[in-house]
Design a protein around this ligand. Structure first.
Ligand code: PMP
Length: 408
């Protein structure tokens, strides 16, 4: 199947929510970077697990517990295959990108850092890749260094290299900016960091649903992402870590599942991946995430990327024809995320009025206030696309913006 074979009209029927009306207008959902809509296959999978195999996993000898355990572990293998990890024990299920980064920040800084050591971030990070490190700064005394971005919204390798010192312990950066859409050259960045023996964490929250990623080819040390941004359920996400790193890091949370033996004197910890999965895991979520991955694989990530590239180009060209349009993030390599302002119109006003037309966009700082500070603005309007969006929906967005602009 190639991109031109994607039958979008029929594919949209897989997403029940897309046929809804909002204020009597057809819903035009352009907030996919915040969360994607779910295909019926994923929704049915959640129903199926609760209806047929629900039981707590791992410790049960009974039939249902074994089926639920198998479903959860099968999902781990599906994630492993999707990102090309060497072993399924390198896949840790967490509550999401935020949960994954908090895990690494805490376990890594506690075990690998001392006061004065440095963690490098970039100025385009989501708060989820800033605040967990600041918490460690306050606990451990690690220092944070920040790589700037250029006018086009790009990260330059030389700026990273300049910040690396003998005290640098980790570089943690986003693959794709959730505001600018920039696709950072992570393969080159990882190679550079590794030249200085600096491990790299990739925040793939905005990339793993748009392009094929192979963690072994990339050679990243950690990668994190959320299920809900890749057509899967909320409440679950992934931490990938190289086994050598995960072995070195202490557990993040304590509780059931993550132990080998507990006495009041001493507890020994379970092996990977269970060492990092304290408590009853979200086996319903993991199983449904596996279904979402199969859905993506069925369409083909390359086909998805080609279609989204085309939609991005179409939307960008049309938006730029609107008087007073300013797009933030003009890199040649972009995911389908467009942040913009129109004249002096406040993003909130634009968002509210577009909403009345049935058009869902996001407005504000998009959990990236330092990025907004660097741009010298308070917020933007953000339209973020998925393969199920259409040219007609983009035309409606353009008409909506023009209508709102006329009112001001
Ligand atoms: N990083 C990036 C780049 C994101 O876009 C987001 C979600 N907006 C996050 C991290 C946080 O993801 P979650 O809220 O699913 O943990």
């Amino acid at each position: 199947m190639d991109e031109s074979d994607l039958d979008i009209k029929n594919i949209r029927k897989d997403f029940p929510i897309l046929s809804q009306e909002v204020y009597g207008k057809p819903l035009i959902y352009l907030d996919n970077a915040a969360t994607t809509q779910k295909p019926i296959q994923v929704i049915r999978k959640i129903d199926e697990v609760y209806s047929t195999i629900n039981a707590n996993i791992h410790r049960g000898v009974h039939h249902l517990s074994q089926l639920a355990t198998e479903a959860h572990e099968e999902a781990r293998k599906t994630v492993q295959r999707y990102i090309g990890a060497a072993h399924s024990r390198e896949i840790i299920f967490t509550s999401g990108t935020t949960g994954s980064i908090n895990l690494v920040a805490s376990s890594f800084c506690r075990s690998q850092c001392k006061a004065g050591d440095e963690i490098i971030l970039t100025a385009m990070e989501h708060h989820a890749n800033i605040v967990p490190w600041q918490i460690q700064r306050d606990i451990m005394g690690v220092q944070l260094k920040v790589v700037p971005f250029t006018e086009k919204g790009e990260i330059r390798l030389e700026d990273i290299e300049e910040l690396i010192s003998s005290k640098t312990k980790l570089l943690s950066l986003t693959h794709v900016s959730n505001v600018l859409g920039t696709v950072n050259p992570v393969a080159d960045i990882i190679r550079l960091a590794h030249n200085y023996n600096v491990p790299v964490l990739i925040d793939a929250a905005q990339s793993v649903q748009h392009e094929a990623i192979n963690v072994q080819a990339l050679d990243c040390d950690f990668m994190v992402f959320s299920s809900h941004k890749m057509y899967g359920p909320t409440g679950i996400g992934v931490l990938y870590g190289k086994e050598t790193w995960l072995d070195k890091l202490p557990p993040y949370q304590g509780g059931g599942e993550m132990i080998a033996h507990v006495s009041f004197e001493k507890t020994t910890f379970n092996e990977l991946p269970f060492k990092f999965e304290a408590g009853t895991p979200d086996y319903v979520g993991s199983t449904a995430l596996g279904e979402a991955i199969r859905y993506i694989e069925n369409l083909g990530l390359n086909n998805i990327r080609k279609r989204e590239d085309r939609l991005l180009r179409y939307a960008t060209e049309k938006l730029l024809q609107i008087p007073g349009m300013q797009i933030f993030g003009t890199s040649d390599k972009k995911a389908p995320v467009i942040s913009f302002l129109v004249g002096g119109i406040h993003p909130y006003d634009m968002g509210m009025l577009l909403d009345r037309l049935g058009i869902a966009v996001r407005t504000g700082h998009h959990c990236a206030q330092p990025l907004m500070d660097a741009l010298g603005i308070e917020g933007t309007i953000r339209a973020s696309l998925a393969f199920y969006n259409t040219e007609e929906e983009i035309d409606a967005l353009i008409a909506g913006i023009e209508r709102v602009a006329k009112m001001f």
